[in-house]
Design a protein around this ligand. Sequence first.
Ligand code: AVJ
Length: 319
Amino acid sequence: MTNDIDRAEPAAPKGHGFAADVLDGLSRAEKRLSCLYFYDAAGSELFDEITRLPDYYPTRVETDILAANGEEMLDGADEDSALVEFGSGSSRKTELLLERAPRLALYAPIDVCASALEKARARLSARFPHLRVCPIVADFSRPAPLPAALADRRRIGFFPGSTIGNFTPDEARALLLAMRVLLGPGGRLIVGVDLKKDPSRLIAAYNDAHGVTAAFNLNLLARINRELGGGFDLSGFCHQAIYDARAGRIEMRLVSRRRQTAKIGGRDFAFSRGEAIHTEDCYKYGVDEFRVTASDAGWTPGRVWTDAEALFSVHELRA
Ligand code: AVJ
């Protein structure tokens, strides 16, 4: 089968580039760095390690839900359908759906990482010879024209991992609206959403006993040192994960253990003892709460699949 890489030219990237975003974020009264920058090579390896941790349930539980219900989720997918994945990464979870939709003819993974797309394309084309794989190098959160390969097909979107939790509720509504436009009339979206639960369970998932999430968070400072010639002393910062119940989100931070200064690109950034750099928000939803959010974005909520402990949910939304 032909496998063409469609390079949908995304609008301007979300940030202004790593260096500019870092200098801007650390210049703010409340310092912050974007979670987008977690995923350099070292960060991606640490995240893969996180997904295998006993404390970090989302990946394991979502995978079980997809394996148990994938056939139902993609019911009706046939030669005229296309599976479009937003932020596809390694496409590992996608295989669970592709195994259960043998008539599906086209898979379009969207990701900013061309090398990850190429690896996934090669692996999936070998495993599913009948499947046309059309990787799209783009930032799924930015408006981009509908790729030609998708134009005449019934589109099913796939957005797993509760990555939607990295967006504020307002941003999530806007993203779901943009996905509905891209997937078009008759479109469907299968989206993974981590559920609200006992805060202690959430904190353990984002501050695991093995210290892998701490290393993942601190790697952001190591990346600044590596790529921007930064002068962070990583031992001078500690990882922190808190749950803001009012906002319904986990907040990840790097907290300065002492009064210190870090030099980046000739500029000094001062930190007082206890001062935090905000690095990530991970929003959690109730099942009905997410259905309302999806409805506000013009979707019709459909079936919902959860695990027995109601830790995680996968929602079907219909355009
Ligand atoms: C990849 C954004 C889904 O929010 O659980 C894991 C990232 N951060 N541990 C999440 C993450 C800390 C993860 N997402």
